[in-house]
Design a protein around this ligand. Structure first.
Ligand SMILES: [Zn+2]
Length: 200
């Protein structure tokens, strides 16, 4: 869930709280006692809050993964064939990742920014057709090039991102990225970071 949506859920909850408090105040003045009715409303509010929290917390969520560490949800779609609904935008960029990866990356970029570190992004989810195009332009790893065989790229799962990092940002990433689930996992590609979700 994006930060704006979390914000609007919180605003929604706050307005419901005010409405409940107003109703409660009115009832206390008009009629005594109204314990059973207010108890029911308190329960409704508790349920609303619980639901909202469940929807907003992805930080420690775990996922069912296949033997290659790919979430089974993504594996069922296929590499480079992830539907738009499973992807989420990175900040205000044109880049998209699998939603949990995008949310974690957004948090990481914001936290780095507060520490004066700029993390730029140059690549993200790569649909199958783009993997074919890249392999044609940059050559396959197996032939000394810079591209994965189409259908095997980590970018095709929406779990890898290529970042634009100066030396300060590279150092920050190596110290902090793991907390956000990202790791530097391709030799000679210090820009390439993969999101590894927790296994259920
Ligand atoms: Zn990459």
């Amino acid at each position: 869930m994006g930060i704006e949506r979390v914000g609007s859920r919180i605003a929604d909850i706050q307005s419901r709280m005010i409405a409940l408090q107003t109703q409660q105040a009115g009832r206390n003045v008009q009629q005594q006692p109204a314990t059973s009715a207010s108890g029911a409303e308190g329960g409704t509010f508790a349920n609303a809050l619980e639901n909202a929290v469940a929807q907003t917390s992805t930080a420690n969520k775990s996922y069912s993964l296949n033997s290659k560490g790919i979430p089974t949800e993504l594996a069922s779609y296929g590499n480079g064939r992830i539907p738009a609904a499973a992807l989420e935008q990175v900040g205000t960029t044109r880049h998209k990742l699998w939603a949990p990866a995008a949310e974690s990356l957004n948090r990481m970029i914001a936290d780095a920014k507060r520490e004066g570190v700029h993390i730029g992004i140059t690549d993200s989810y790569r649909p199958y057709a783009e993997q074919v195009d890249l392999a044609r332009r940059k050559g396959l790893y197996s032939q000394g090039g810079l591209a994965a065989k189409p259908g095997t790229s980590e970018h095709g799962w929406g779990m890898a991102t290529d970042l634009d990092l100066n030396s300060k940002a590279q150092t920050w990433m190596r110290a902090n990225a793991e907390k956000y689930g990202f790791s530097e996992n391709v030799p000679r590609e210090p820009w390439h970071w993969e999101f590894k979700p927790k296994s259920a």
